[in-house]
Design a protein around this ligand. Structure first.
Ligand code: NOJ
Length: 744
């Protein structure tokens, strides 16, 4: 921010910057920018009253429109506020910041936080959609673009990435993460942290990341948000923790403790996960913020007797900052006097928060240049990136008879469905300061793509969650004279995200009836799905020739989908999550363990249903292309290694078609027998490659102890024995080889 301040901006900011550095010589150590964050924090801590310390641990909510509350000004002035969420825009941020920096006793700046989940103003596809890209380097770029915009609005901290593994599509927050797989999830988590923070989050345009929700929140029982979780230690280590570990290793500045109770201990008072795993095992040295009122909620959980008990349990567990509830501020002073908690425990948390503030550079550059709000948002580069992100996240689920791509010179196209004309729904559920008017619709995209002679008719069909017989008839009438019908179906944006769990996975409302009615016209139907979770698509799969999964694709989604439908682009995304046939199969995920009686359709006494297949409709890792690809030549550099050894896996991938396209080559292992049972497949590598028509490429992967080992109840080990190696284009089928790991 410094350069900008000097070149332009508000005089007050400039004066402050100069004053802070010029007075450094005789000034307290904490004001010396040359000293380390640790030294500065220690010096500052020594100067603070208990009230000021507790102030640093308090985060309060502003207004969703970006304003602060009147009382925040006084609190900031008195050093009783450490951070806010939702306060943003230069006018608000600089005004409140000025109270903290220039009028409080010690001048400690505030940290301004906001949920920038998939873009700030330029809205990118939802995180689940970005995971479908299988291209972490692209997610890193979109996170960087989001950070630059968030920073321009005065923010220095985002509550992202959300890295919860989710195996239950009923849970609305599955939309916010990278899906069901720990390996893909870890790659996406690290990429997003790098994108938000860069090499140094003090730099202009960078923000601190907050990895959430620690821990196990995605395993909410029955997919009901905020519900309890019960997860074994080995499942935590092998499945739920890896994305957090990767994010911590990538340098994430902060972590958010979750709402859920984990094996009987709420995450926001869970010493073993916070102090034990996060700080102890992984040496995470940032700070932990609670989720929204999750310290207060320890009472409703039945863990805390009263407010003081809740505050003590959370603080002792290592939750440093309290979001919105005020139990630290209200209860810790008396607890300190009563010797129920030591000053050392309090200081530990305060030091962490202060260190993060020093590392974020906000003591030197506390203000934001208001001009950035007009120059740094929705830049052409960000919009281009949003389009690329949308294109890469599309997953072609079905394309019978090569119906897609459509010919732009088609005579008449019917576009049906309220989602085809909706801007707001393209943004998804967590769209920060995105504006519906920034988004283009599928209908606009189609109109822009077809030839000048093509007639495009539109009918909104039925509302997502309702509709009358008349709506259905109107839509059918509009479609009847068309050569092809494009139907936008799915969920409205608010049906995904926080507090949006569903007990059904069917297309809501009368959409299925609408599709049945449209099928009766006898015209070919292309379904474009807008949704934030796997849906039950059995009827569609059996009755509709082409299905394209578009998720909530962001501001450039409409055109990205249209360009793909009409063949200017070739879809290449893959599912980051299993699509079940029916709700009754849930939870259904590819990396399940085997049973003693694996399912067999012909054997009654096996692990199966009597009324449904056990396999998913579309497996994890699945997705089609307009091109066709073939894998061949799988080979291992060695058929046998020792537990500390590594093996190279190589394979050829060829594009057999006359169209350039992307394929995601996926490497899986199966540890055939272990001292504890192992999943039937585990993803351990992937590469998304673009191949020209007829092109063939050799790809290489490496499998070493990190990939072959696993956490069992006694620790982490690569166990001698047979490993099956699969290279495939989804989690089902593919080429197979055998690797033997022999004892040293
Ligand atoms: C509650 C959500 O669980 C969390 O993800 C979010 O960051 C906070 N609210 C703040 O908005």
């Amino acid at each position: 921010m410094k350069k900008l301040l000097i070149s332009s901006v508000c005089l007050a900011c400039f004066v402050f910057s100069v004053r802070a550095s010029a007075s450094a010589a005789g000034a307290p150590l904490y004001k010396n920018s040359k000293a380390s964050p640790r030294e500065r924090a220690a010096d500052l801590l020594g100067r603070m009253t208990v009230e000021e310390k507790l102030g640093q641990l308090q985060q309060l909510d502003g207004f969703s429109e970006g304003g602060y509350r009147e009382e925040h000004l006084k609190m900031a002035r008195e050093g009783r506020l450490g951070s806010t969420l939702n306060v943003r825009f230069a006018g608000n941020v600089n005004k409140l910041q000025k109270e903290a920096v220039e009028h409080s006793r010690l001048g400690i700046p505030l940290l301004f936080a906001f949920d920038v989940i998939h873009g700030y103003r330029t809205i990118f596809p939802i995180p689940l959609a970005e995971a479908a890209q299988w291209k972490p380097e692209l997610a890193e770029k979109s996170a960087a673009a989001a950070a630059a915009e968030a920073y321009a609005a005065g923010l220095k901290w985002t509550f992202a990435p959300m890295v919860d593994i989710a195996r239950d599509p009923r849970w609305g927050r599955i939309a916010e993460g990278a899906g069901e797989d720990p390996y893909l999830g870890a790659a996406m988590a690290a990429a997003r942290v790098r994108g938000f923070q860069g090499d140094d989050f003090a730099a202009p345009g960078k923000v601190m990341a907050c990895v959430k929700h620690w821990a196990g929140y995605g395993a909410a029982e029955a997919g009901r948000d905020y519900n309890s979780t019960d997860i074994s230690q080995t499942s935590l280590r092998n499945i739920y923790y890896p994305p957090f570990k990767a994010a911590a290793a990538a340098g994430a500045a902060t972590v958010m403790s979750a709402f859920n109770d984990l094996n009987g201990v709420p995450s926001s008072a869970n010493k073993s996960t916070i102090d034990g795993v996060l700080r102890g095992d992984w040496k995470f040295d940032g700070f932990v913020v609670s989720d929204y009122t999750s310290v207060q909620e320890l009472l409703a959980h039945g863990l805390a007797e009263d407010g003081e008990d809740a505050a003590l349990k959370a603080l002792r567990a290592g939750v440093d900052m309290e979001m919105v509830s005020t139990l630290y501020r209200d209860k810790i002073p008396a607890a300190l006097s009563g010797k129920k908690i030591s000053l050392t425990t309090l200081d530990r948390s305060v030091r962490r928060v202060l260190e993060a503030k020093f590392r974020a550079g906000i003591f030197e550059d506390p203000y934001i240049d208001p001009k950035l709000e007009t120059t740094a948002l929705k830049t052409p580069r960000a919009l281009e990136l949003a389009e690329e992100a949308a294109l890469k996240s599309l997953v072609l689920l079905k394309n019978e008879g090569g119906l897609l791509p459509l010919d732009p010179a088609v005579k008449k196209v019917a576009v049906i469905g309220v989602l085809a004309g909706s801007r707001a729904d393209m943004l998804g559920s967590w769209f920060a300061d995105g504006k519906p008017e920034d988004a283009d619709t599928l209908l606009e995209g189609v109109r822009a793509m077809v030839s000048s002679g093509t007639i495009v008719v539109y009918s909104s069909g039925c509302p997502v969650n309702g509709g009358t017989d008349e709506d259905l008839e109107k839509a059918a009438a509009a479609a009847s004279g068309a050569d092809v019908i494009i139907v936008a179906a799915g969920e409205s944006a608010e049906m995904s995200g926080e507090a949006a769990s569903r007990a059904f996975l069917s297309l809501p409302g009368r959409q299925l009836e609408l599709l049945e009615r449209l099928k009766k016209t006898g015209k070919p139907v292309v379904v474009v799905l807008f949704n934030g979770r796997p849906l039950e698509l059995g009827w569609l799969d059996a009755n509709v020739p082409a299905i394209l999964e578009a998720w909530y694709p962001g501001v450039r989604g409409g055109r990205a989908v249209a360009r793909t439908i009409f063949g200017l682009e070739n879809p290449g995304g893959k599912l980051p999550v299993t699509f079940p046939r029916t709700l009754g199969q849930v939870p259904l995920y590819y990396n399940h363990r085997s049973t003693g009686r694996p399912p067999s359709p012909s054997e009654k006494y096996t692990s199966r249903y009597i009324d449904s297949p056990t396999e998913p409709l579309y497996p994890f890792g699945y997705g089609l292309s307009y091109s066709s690809f073939a894998l061949s030549g799988l080979s291992l550099s060695s058929g046998e290694i020792t537990p500390d050894g590594a093996v190279k896996v190589s394979v050829d991938i060829a594009n057999l078609s006359s169209r350039a396209g992307d394929e995601v080559v996926q490497l899986y292992i199966r540890d055939a027998a272990g001292s504890e049972t192992r999943p039937v497949r585990e993803l351990k590598g992937f590469k998304r490659v673009t191949l020209a028509p007829g092109e063939k490429k050799m790809l290489e992967f490496e499998l070493g102890p990190a990939e072959l080992g696993y956490y069992y109840s006694g620790g982490f080990a690569v166990e001698p024995g047979v490993f099956k190696i699969y290279v495939s284009t989804s989690s089902a089928g593919g080429l197979e080889a055998v690797l033997r790991v022999s004892a040293r």
